[in-house]
Write a protein that binds this ligand. Structure first.
Ligand code: S3P
Length: 170
């Protein structure tokens, strides 16, 4: 069995598609944290935020992190804010290698603008919201050892880079 691989980073950096492809290539199990939370709550992330608030969502996120940290052989795509909790980072880091995906704010904007499933980016001035949140979270994302800028890369290229960097680590 091998350690988990945890793919994190801001919204629109490609976490889910990359994690899915990585899991396929490495024959590991793919886990999308937001999808699991939606299934368990029987509601979309947007509805959970509206109905119960962000704090409740973060509690569900933490519960799930606790569970997943006990597993192995999984590629886990987190939600973009899951590692804002240092407890979550510690737990996921104990049993997994954490990789943070980046992209510039314009690229993120272009990737997310047609979707209205992200409560933190809904409404007007989406690019401003992206920039503000990126700034607020910069320290947290920067602290993660492995980083990949996905701005100009395909899913395959990002996946291959992750495989190469984890190999180099042994
Ligand atoms: C969030 C990111 C979302 C989702 C929720 C909160 C965040 O996931 O977990 O809307 O705080 O960055 P994606 O990064 O998959 O969009």
């Amino acid at each position: 069995m091998r350690k988990n691989i945890v793919i994190t980073g801001f919204m629109g950096t490609g976490k889910s598609v990359v994690a899915k492809e990585l899991a396929r290539k490495l024959k590991m199990e793919f886990i999308d944290m937001d999808k699991i939370i939606e299934e368990r709550q029987g509601a979309s992330i947007a509805d959970i935020f509206v109905g119960y608030g962000e704090k409740y969502f973060r509690e569900q996120e933490k519960k799930l992190v606790k569970e997943l940290s006990k597993e192995e052989n999984m590629v886990i795509a987190t939600g973009g804010g899951a590692l804002l909790s240092s407890d979550n980072t510690r737990m996921l880091g104990q049993t997994g290698e954490i990789v943070c995906l980046y992209a510039d704010s314009r690229t993120i904007y272009n990737r997310v603008k047609r979707k209205n499933n992200r409560p933190l980016l809904k409404g007007e001035n989406v690019l401003c919201k992206i920039n503000r949140l990126l700034e607020e979270r910069k320290k947290i994302y920067d602290n993660i050892k492995w980083k990949i800028d996905t701005t100009n890369l395909s899913i395959q290229e990002v996946t291959d880079k992750i495989i190469a960097l984890l190999k180099s680590e042994g």
